[in-house]
Design a protein around this ligand. Structure first.
Ligand code: ADP
Length: 198
């Protein structure tokens, strides 16, 4: 099973990904984590990433698609993947489809975490204070949310049309949100294995 966890910055993608991994043993691919690692290593890629991330812009599709392509291999594909923070544009989604098809696989399900905008801003400002994450400051946060609406949100329609988009209300306790996600994953995996839901 390959899962895309989808939502605005601050919607809880990373938090819920970890819970899904604990319970389903999938491989976690977070493009944000990959980029922050490169920045910490001060690699050439990291220097480029820093320029985009610190302003709240998306990395160019071509660069991020290349990173993904190098990351995927047979072993990871066998385990199944949770994609966190990728795809973020329709272009990236089309590229992902092609990459997975090379391994005879597909995106099985897209979990869309839906959170009101004022709540997103509150969470990100708080996260910035606690973690010191350099892109969690008010100006960058607003830029990221704007770009989310313009470039990333249309992807929800793309996946709705494919019939694999499942919206989840991303407010409430972490556990309650996870329970809803677990319910969706169970019904999808029952469907895939041809069993009737209990
Ligand atoms: P969040 O979802 O909270 O913004 P992420 O860690 O997923 O956090 O992403 C942090 C930043 O990394 C983004 O604002 C963007 O600049 C860059 N980034 C991550 N994933 C992608 C992607 N798929 N395409 C383009 N840029 C990306």
């Amino acid at each position: 099973m390959n899962i895309v966890i989808f939502g605005a910055p601050g919607s809880g993608k990373g938090t819920q990904s970890e819970l899904i991994i604990e319970n389903h043993g999938l491989h976690h691919v977070s493009t944000g984590d990959v980029l922050r690692d490169e920045i910490a290593k001060q690699s050439d890629l990291g220097k480029i990433a820093d320029g985009y991330i610190s302003k709240g812009y998306l990395m160019p599709d071509e660069l991020i698609i290349n990173i993904l392509d190098r990351l995927l291999d047979e072993k990871i594909m066998k385990k199944g993947i949770i994609f966190d923070g990728f795809p973020r544009t329709v272009n990236q989604a089309e590229a992902l489809q092609k990459m997975l098809n090379k391994y005879g696989q597909d995106v099985s399900v897209v979990i869309g975490l839906e959170v009101p905008e004022d709540e997103l801003i509150t969470r990100l400002v708080k996260r910035g204070r606690i973690s010191g994450r350099f892109d969690d400051n008010e100006d960058t946060i607003k830029q990221r949310i704007q770009i989310y609406h313009k470039n990333t949100e249309p992807l929800a329609d793309y996946y709705k049309q494919a019939g694999i988009y499942y919206p989840i209300k991303g407010i409430g306790t972490i556990d309650d949100i996870f329970k809803q996600i677990a319910g969706v994953l169970k019904s999808v995996s029952d469907k895939e294995s041809g069993r009737q839901p209990a």
